[in-house]
Design a binder for this molecule. Structure first.
Ligand code: MLT
Length: 310
């Protein structure tokens, strides 16, 4: 009752508060990006936007729920390279199809990924890390945010390249995983830069490489994977907003315009860039650009993860 009819025009949209599903724990990379961007979108749209953290199964539980929500523009999801690309290759019976079940709204950020370890991990640099993990693969613990998450997919690639097989320790997001890493309870993790910068600056963890072609100005002393001798360790995570397929195009247009505007505002750019995130330029923010990116990423991660499991 009270649900607006599917196919309504954008003229009276949004007429009530919106809900954005975040598939991981509060305070982690997806949550941080979602909160920064939607706080600004809320001003443009003139409605409150509630964030609902729906955790579990590497973000796939939440994503399935978002895929089945009413396509009326009132339930959105911030998904990412894991939920909307890597998960397809990792779950034979995934309960959604990132391409068929969602209408892309906009890319929000591109996100470098770093290899981080507990503060007292016995390796001064990446070369020593490699030597140590190869000699201790059976006692190594690797934290991740569930099968299908960015952290899981990224470190699956790393582990494959290094030929190591650690014990995986799943968390509901990389914020709780990072807390465990900072407490010395797990050995290492592959994580998105916005979640790494604060504990790294505090000296709570150490970072060995950034899996990008270039160093990031937010962590200028961390070498690239190529500089450190592992050029094939390349990952660029990303976060993006989606609505269920069938959402009227006019509503997608209203939401996209609100994202476009938000990503130009210093209130959004400054914190994201300060934490090492990359704010996409306007031509990468359209629904079509996100759709093309999604397809490329589905293909890429399908291949990467197939190779890693061979
Ligand atoms: C999070 O928000 O916790 C992360 O995006 C999880 C991940 O995909 O590694």
């Amino acid at each position: 009752a009270g649900e607006p009819a599917v196919g309504q025009t954008a003229a009276d949209y949004p007429a009530r508060p919106l809900t954005v599903i975040v598939p991981f724990a509060k305070g982690g990379p997806t949550d941080v990006v979602a909160r920064i961007v939607t706080a600004e979108m809320s001003k443009t749209l003139g409605q409150p936007i509630a964030i609902e953290n729906v955790v579990g199964a590497g973000g796939t539980t939440a994503t399935q729920r978002a895929a089945r929500a009413a396509p009326d523009g009132y339930t959105l999801i911030v998904g990412h390279m894991g939920t909307h690309a890597a998960a397809v290759a990792l779950y034979p019976k995934l309960g959604y199809d990132p391409d068929a079940d969602f209408a892309p709204v906009a890319l929000l950020t591109r996100m470098p990924v770093l290899l981080v370890a507990r503060r007292h991990f016995p390796a001064a640099d990446f070369g020593e890390f490699v030597a140590y993990v190869r000699g201790h693969t059976h006692v190594l613990n690797m934290a991740h945010a569930g099968v299908g998450s960015v952290s899981y997919a990224s470190c699956t690639l790393l582990n494959h390249l290094l030929r190591i097989d650690p014990t995986g320790v799943p968390f509901n997001g990389t914020k709780p995983a990072m807390d465990a890493l900072a407490a010395g309870q797990v050995d290492y993790m592959c994580d998105q830069i916005v979640n790494v910068v604060p504990p790294l600056r505090e000296g709570a963890v150490r970072a060995y490489v950034i899996a990008s072609p270039e160093r990031d100005p937010a962590v200028p002393t961390v070498p690239t994977a190529a500089e450190a001798g592992l050029p094939a360790f390349q990952v660029e995570a990303w976060n993006a907003m989606f609505v269920p397929k069938g959402t009227p195009e006019a509503i997608v247009g209203v939401l996209n315009a609100a994202v476009m505007r938000a990503l130009d505002r210093p209130e959004v750019r400054d914190p994201l860039i300060g934490l090492g995130g990359i704010v996409p330029p306007p031509d990468q923010r359209t629904p079509d650009a996100l759709h093309a990116h999604l397809r490329t990423e589905l293909q890429k991660w399908g291949q990467v993860l197939k190779r890693a499991s061979d």
